[in-house]
Design a protein around this ligand. Structure first.
Ligand code: MSP
Ligand code: ZN
Length: 543
């Protein structure tokens, strides 16, 4: 039966550029979505820019533009970066939209009516020069633990302790360096603990990976605390209804952006919003990084419950990117922006490499530069693309580009490759991409061994018909490999479809075959990675 699935990736901050760390998430989600679409499921991928909050406001001020101008420009950049990495959203929207305002107000009113919003007076740092309350990240001072100077208001980069900004020594405003004062104001809080039991019941139905569940249980044990959902003016965001100068905190309207993006897409494509956000038969999958678990596994489902919407089917949490075993670093040149990567390398390399490394767990993903070069060159180019380039040109030049029948000695080889589709589909479904790629490479190994044994480049001189059969077998396996890899390498697949002169491949095309068929002109499918280009990219990323 056709499944109806709504998929999201976290909404990237409009304040910064997309980098290869982000891409772990967007490539992973895109692979899963493409797989679902190939299976014929009614699957849709929604995303947007996360546009509100103090950092956007401050960056815009510094650049002398309005926040709206800044987020507009970033939205264009983000779209282009994702598109160039072959990440294909059904809708890429913005949280600064009329739909999002409407949903944010609606959800807030529902929570308020349900008695889940409380008011409390709190004290915060305020910069009289900038005339604004300072979020933790905008206060700097001496670490209360180790005394290191110039540390952020929430944590120390030297001793990595975390603390409250009121405990920091000699605080100053990170924008203008003046000494902030303390000022009180009324804030609105969401009573998360009202949802403790319902959240536990929801989580009991296999919503997150087991290691995530353990972490959530620790949080439950500590007791769920009230969440401050308001910010004082000036703030770039949505004003809270019935207030003069209170705004929704960016993290309140950010996840609601998933809904707003869906509504915006529904209006365009004639689909119904309720079919996705009220109907329990639809599946909702959120892909996110481990740093934003609390928001997605606790606040977000509680907000949905409180407002009468359905809750997500699954939250798929991934780890962080490390490069050569260490955090991405500007000084080492491993903090690589998407655009910088594209100036030097083919996006397909990174898609393939991440697929080689991704599993369903939460552990970090390491991009080892040497491993990256060797996996791409020896497996993707050497084993898979080569299968076509070893026989395609020969068939075209010497045998009119026409395939024949499958030879007796390749029947079981092809059947095995075909039968693996069940295992491979299951691995994709479970987000075990690295294991799927391993299966695919094994098929390619077998096919290459077969070619080595049959030596079509030798037999072509003496027995054209036998050679045609050998090549037909190789191309049949190559066609299957193309199907299996298509979620990871859509561009490669589309080039291969042109070369084989076949219609765009879906998963069900596994059952078809390439016998007695005329192929197209051979075009080189993929270049080897040039290590010099990798080095240039790293050099240019170094600060
Ligand atoms: N704006 C919030 C998300 C709001 S969702 C309602 C945010 N934005 S982000 O730009 O910082 O991150 C977007 C996604 O990319 C997050 O899921 C985050 O975990 C992921 N990653 C950001 N840096 C990453 C790495 N270095 N490695 C892997 N994933 C990373 O959070
Ligand atoms: Zn200031």
């Amino acid at each position: 039966m056709k499944r109806k699935i709504l998929v999201t990736s976290a909404l990237p901050y409009a304040n910064g550029q997309i980098h290869i760390g982000h891409l772990v998430e967007y490539i992973q989600t895109d692979i899963w979505v493409r797989f679902q679409k190939m299976m014929g499921n009614d699957c849709h991928y929604m995303c947007a820019d996360d546009t509100h909050g103090t950092p956007v406001m401050v960056t815009a001020r510094k650049q002398g533009v309005s926040p709206e101008e800044l987020i507009e420009k970033m939205n264009e950049e983000h779209r282009r970066d994702f598109g160039d990495f072959h990440i294909e959203f059904d809708n890429y929207y913005t949280t600064n939209s009329p739909e999002n305002r409407e949903f944010a107000e609606y959800i807030y009113m529902k929570l308020k009516e349900g008695g889940h919003i409380v008011e409390k007076e709190i004290e915060q740092f305020y910069c009289e020069k900038d005339r604004m309350f300072l979020p933790d990240r905008f206060i700097k001072g001496k670490c209360p633990r180790c005394g290191a100077p110039d540390q952020y208001g929430d944590s120390c980069e030297l001793c990595s302790s975390t603390y409250s900004p009121v405990d920091i020594g000699e605080p100053f405003c990170s924008i203008c360096r003046s000494v902030p004062v303390r000022k009180t104001s009324v804030h609105y809080f969401f009573r998360l603990k009202n949802f403790t039991e319902r959240l536990k019941e929801w989580l009991d139905k296999d919503r997150v990976q087991p290691e995530v569940r353990r972490k959530l249980d620790e949080w439950f044990q500590e007791g769920l605390r009230d969440w401050d959902i308001s910010r004082d003016a000036p703030y770039f965001g949505f004003k809270i209804p019935d207030t003069e100068d209170k705004f929704f905190y960016v993290w309140l309207d950010a996840p609601i952006g998933y809904m707003a993006s869906t509504a915006n897409w529904c209006a365009r494509s004639g689909r119904s919003f309720d079919e996705f956000w009220r109907d329990e038969d639809t599946e909702i999958y959120h892909f996110i990084g481990k740093d934003i678990m609390y928001f997605h596994c606790l606040f977000w489902p509680a907000m949905l419950m409180g407002a009468g919407f359905r809750t997500p089917t699954r939250i798929c949490i991934h780890g962080f990117l490390t490069v050569n075993g260490e955090k991405m670093s500007k000084s080492r040149g491993t903090f690589i922006n998407a655009r910088k990567y594209l100036e030097h390398l083919d996006p397909q390399y990174l898609r393939y490499y991440y697929a080689c490394k991704l599993g369903s767990g939460v552990s970090d993903v390491d991009l080892s530069i040497d491993d990256f070069i060797s996996r791409v060159n020896s497996d993707m180019v050497g084993k898979i693309a080569n299968l076509a380039s070893r026989v395609g040109p020969m068939l075209k030049k010497k045998m009119d580009g026409k395939t024949g029948s499958i030879p007796e000695d390749a029947v079981s080889l092809i059947e095995d490759a075909r039968n693996k589709n069940i295992v491979i589909a299951d691995l994709y479904e479970q987000r075990e991409f690295s294991r799927a790629v391993k299966e695919i490479c094994q098929i390619a190994d077998e096919a290459n061994r077969y070619l080595e044994k049959k030596e079509p480049w030798v037999t072509v001189k003496t027995d054209a018909e036998k050679t045609r059969q050998t090549i037909t077998a190789a191309l049949e396996i190559f066609r299957l490999l193309t199907i299996y890899l298509k979620p990871v390498l859509p561009q490669f697949a589309s080039d291969a479809e042109k070369f084989l002169k076949i219609e765009p491949l879906a998963w069900a095309d596994i059952e078809r075959s390439i016998v007695d068929h005329e192929i197209g002109d051979f075009k080189h499918l993929i270049q080897r990675v040039d290590p010099a280009k990798v080095n240039a990219m790293i050099d240019e990323s170094r600060e």
